[in-house]
Design a protein around this ligand. Structure first.
Ligand SMILES: [Zn+2]
Length: 216
């Protein structure tokens, strides 16, 4: 069994959506070395879409489920990583030819975002590869329950971003964004992508892992 950490190491410098969303920060409210302090305690502030994170249906669907209401069996289980290179958007035709095997319900898209190391750029890159609405429809019609991608958003930049999100989240899918797939070969793994149990959130940072081989 090999555990691959596919989570982005978040810091104050981590890129945020359009360079405008609030990112990560931490303040010590008690710090060892300061007079009277017996321990370290901090307060964390973070945008819910910072670093590797989940989108719940509530992100775009008014009555959609929040993260704490999701079935955990969506967030843990077999997943297939597929490589789709040389495309500006991932379309239904790309997915049709990607070799996604029958019965797969979790798909992680490894695109030129990874090859070009876009997630490591501290400035937002609106030219990233996203899932076209046709690709979103393809996933919905093939019973996919979770889709992941290697940049900050599942949908391409611009008006299609909302369209793609509404299709996947409207179909009840969970989205995992800003995946670190640099060292991940295409194929089958066990995915674990769990958020903290905070109530009512439309999104949340998560720790995402791919396990290779049998869990022992
Ligand atoms: Zn998001």
């Amino acid at each position: 069994m090999k555990i691959h950490d596919i989570s982005f190491a978040v810091s104050e410098k981590t890129v945020t959506w359009d360079n405008t969303e609030q990112g990560f920060s931490k303040v010590w409210t008690s710090e060892l070395g300061n007079l009277g302090a017996s321990c370290n305690v901090s307060v964390l502030t973070t945008g819910t879409h910072t670093g590797t994170h989940l989108d719940a249906p509530l992100h775009f669907i008014p009555e959609g489920m929040s993260l704490d209401a999701l079935d955990l069996s969506t967030l843990v289980g077999p997943a297939q990583v597929v490589e789709i290179f040389g495309r500006d958007q991932v379309t239904s035709a790309d997915l049709e030819g990607a070799g996604i095997t029958w019965g797969t319900v979790r798909v992680l898209l490894k695109t030129d975002n990874t090859r070009l190391r876009r997630k490591d750029n501290p400035h937002f890159d609106s030219g990233y590869v996203g899932l076209a609405p046709s690709g979103a429809q393809w996933l919905a019609s093939h019973g996919i329950r979770l889709v992941g991608i290697d940049y900050l958003s599942i949908g391409p930049y611009g008006p299609m971003n909302t369209e793609t999100h509404k299709i996947v989240l409207g179909a009840g899918m969970v989205v995992v964004e800003t995946l670190v797939l640099d060292n991940i070969a295409p194929g089958k793994y066990t995915l674990i992508a769990l958020p903290p149990k905070f109530q009512g959130l439309e999104g949340s940072p998560c720790r995402a892992l791919l396990i290779e081989g049998e869990i022992t």
